[in-house]
Design a protein around this ligand. Structure first.
Ligand code: AP5
Length: 212
């Protein structure tokens, strides 16, 4: 299964990607996590991306297209993958097509902008393994500690309210047109992501023909 997860910042793409990845045994490729990892390690790409991420802007297309091209060439992607956060612009989607990648399904998780602020303000992330939690809706077993790797959970810098507002603006302007792009080729399924986590998971898995 080659799957794309679309949705606004904080819609729940990363959360659903983790669940689908466990269920189907295919890797999640999150451009956001890859870029944050590069930022943490201080690589040239990470340093170049810092200003964009912290301002809530998209990293230039050529950078993320290069990341995806390299990552999809790795062995673990042979039986499928979940793209979380890529493509985010029409040129990125066109680049994916030019790579000869045939996507099976695109799931768009729909959440109203008003709900996004509440979601992201309570989000806590593990910078080591990329797992995502929420202080109310998806608590770790021990407060502030990642269930998977035991690292300390932190709040992302770009989850500050003014940066979230800019990320939403960028989403509506540059990423939302991808819904039509994939609807036109019959690959888009829209999932209601507004309700409880378990409801979104049930609807997402149903869209893939899987039981929760
Ligand atoms: P990225 O990391 O991809 O950020 P994003 O798309 O803005 O998405 P988020 O990670 O914020 O949210 P999510 O949808 O994964 O939600 P989550 O599951 O965590 O990108 C960061 C930055 O990197 C970008 O701004 C850009 O600068 C750059 N970048 C990345 N990819 C790029 C690209 N392709 N091109 C250019 N630049 C790129 O859920 C949010 C919270 O809500 C969590 O706490 C979760 O536990 C909780 N939650 C989830 N679902 C529910 C539910 N149903 N009910 C209640 N709570 C829920």
């Amino acid at each position: 299964m080659k799957l794309i997860l679309l949705g606004a910042p904080g819609a729940g793409k990363g959360t659903q990607a983790e669940i689908i990845s466990d269920k189907l045994g295919i890797p999640t490729i999150s451009t956001g996590n890859i870029i944050r990892e590069a930022l943490k390690s201080g690589t040239e790409m990470g340093r170049a991306a810092k200003q964009y991420i912290e301002a809530g802007q998209l990293v230039p297309d050529e950078v993320v297209i290069g990341i995806i091209r390299d990552r999809l060439a790795e062995d673990d992607c042979r039986n499928g993958f979940i793209l979380d956060g890529f493509p985010r612009t029409i040129p990125q989607a066109e680049a994916l097509d030019r790579m000869g990648i045939v996507i099976d399904k695109v799931i768009d998780i729909e959440v109203a902008d008003e709900t996004i602020a509440r979601r992201v303000s309570g989000r806590r992330v593990c910078l080591d393994c990329g797992a995502t939690y929420h202080i109310d809706y998806k608590k770790p077993k021990a407060e502030g500690v990642c269930d998977h790797c035991g690292s300390t959970l932190v709040q992302r810098k770009d989850d500050q309210p003014e940066t979230v507002a800019e990320r939403l603006h960028v989403y509506h302007e540059q990423t939302e047109p991808l819904k039509n792009y994939y609807a036109d080729c019959g690959k888009l399924t829209v999932v209601e992501g507004q309700e409880e986590l378990a409801d979104t998971t049930r609807l997402t898995l149903a869209a893939l023909g899987e039981n929760a």
